[in-house]
Design a protein around this ligand. Structure first.
Ligand code: ATP
Ligand code: MG
Length: 407
């Protein structure tokens, strides 16, 4: 099993997927922009070979170069994989160019283009927000009339809530038109009030082998607007809860409509106060910001290896026992510059002991990260508990009682 794996050293999570592939016996051929010597040691150990390319972003050039290299070395690939969102189309193009089975370009586009995505799902009868694709200011104004206020303006191929704005009236619309001028194409969407959840899967051979639902506390747009918030992503133990049934059923219908074959998917959906379920978006990659880790902490299995087995051999053989709710709590320091002190950690560890399973905070002296640019912010804790209310309480305590300061 020869797997061509794009960008094994960046972002840092990619290393764990590369290790998953090696662990199930695949030979992993890495391709990336970084010189081999700068790859993390663990990535290098997982790889059979590595080829450096000048750019993965210039897709035409990358495809030509990788095909030439593969032919030159006489290597035949069985899979092309990348769990990193910006690489999923390049992976599909490479499959086609190299004659490798898996998701094609046509199958991948609906996961990347938020308008094509919603058109395919509308045709399948799935409830999406009213929507329109816009390239010019006038198209945005016209779409606003059709969609109505409040609405949301966001990039067609966005990530991390970047350039995403809620708009309540005509005056705000003009402000947002000015703010998004650098975005070539936007989606204008009906604004959906309510709670936000994920529906994540590992598919194997065209069927869902494992699914997961996370609850965002609070909703991401709010988390991204208010710096004092410690955003939580909570993997829910009881995915059979009646409250989640509509979203889970929608998730299954979406996977079927998009004819997804093998690997991760990451869908987001809304639950309105009146109980209606509305589709948000879907990617053909794992959720980021350590969400695969909370899946692991929720089930005590290895979802990196599970993914690798699914893409290589179309099966998921680890038992799925949902033992815990597990939450990542992201922290943002008060003040700018370097982290100067961290308060409250010891008493939290003392109080909640075994329920705090991971602590990864920036150390004193480190420069703060840009909390708008990365959900990872200034670090995170992972907590878990079999009981949801207790897990929420612990996660909330991490939000309030752990404080980081910068100066
Ligand atoms: N139609 C909508 N109604 C209400 N809120 C929305 C809508 N579309 C987007 N949002 C808010 O903006 C956030 C980001 O939007 P979306 O998930 O579509 O973009 P993204 O940048 O790809 O996301 P991610 O942060 O998951 O990478 C959503 O999680 C949600 O909070
Ligand atoms: Mg999103």
């Amino acid at each position: 099993m020869n797997v061509l794996f794009l960008s094994p050293g960046y972002p840092s999570e990619m290393v764990w997927f590369a290790e998953g592939l090696a662990a199930v016996g695949a030979r992993v051929f890495g391709v990336g922009e970084a010189p081999v010597a700068t790859l993390p040691e663990r990535a290098r150990r997982a790889l059979t070979a590595y080829h450096q390319v000048p750019s993965l972003w210039d897709e035409d050039r990358a495809v030509a170069e990788i095909v030439r290299e593969a032919k030159g070395k006489g290597v035949r690939f069985d899979r092309v994989e990348s769990p990193w969102e910006p690489m999923v189309l390049l992976a599909a193009r490479l499959r086609e160019a190299l004659g490798v089975p898996g998701m094609t370009v046509a199958q991948t586009v609906p996961f990347r283009d938020k308008e094509v995505m919603k058109q395919v799902l509308d045709a399948a009868g799935i409830r999406t927000p009213r929507h329109a694709r816009c390239r010019t200011a006038d198209e945005i104004r016209a779409a606003a009339q059709h969609v109505g206020f409040p609405l949301i303006v966001k990039p067609i191929a966005g990530a991390g809530s970047a350039d995403t704005h809620r708009v309540d009236d005509v005056a705000q619309l003009e402000t947002v038109i000015a703010l998004t001028q650098h975005v070539p194409e936007v989606s204008v969407e009906e604004f959906i009030e309510g709670e936000e959840f994920t529906f994540d899967t590992i598919c194997a051979g065209g069927r869902i082998a494992y699914d997961n639902i996370c609850w965002y506390r609070p909703r991401p747009l709010l988390a991204r607007t208010l710096q004092w918030v410690s955003p939580q992503t909570m993997a829910l133990r009881d995915v059979d809860a009646p409250k989640l049934a509509g979203g889970r059923a929608m998730g299954h219908a979406v996977i079927e409509a998009l004819r997804y074959t093998s690997g991760y998917t990451h869908m987001e959906w809304f639950l309105k106060p009146d109980g209606e379920v509305v589709f948000g978006e879907i990617g053909c990659r794992p959720p980021g910001a350590r969400t695969v880790d909370i899946m692991n902490y929720a089930c005590d299995f290895d979802a990196y290896r599970g993914w690798a087995e699914a893409v290589c051999y179309q099966r998921f053989s680890q038992p799925i026992e949902r033992r815990y709710n597990a939450a990542t709590v992201f922290k943002r320091a008060q003040g700018e510059g370097r982290i100067s002190r961290i308060e409250g950690l010891q008493s939290l560890l003392h109080r909640y002991g075994p329920h705090i399973v991971q602590v990864e905070l920036l150390p004193v002296g480190a420069h703060r990260r840009n909390w708008k640019a990365t959900l990872m912010s200034d670090g995170h804790l992972i907590v878990r508990h079999p009981d949801l209310a207790t897990c929420c309480e612990i996660a909330d305590r991490v939000g309030t009682d752990l404080q980081m300061y910068a100066s």
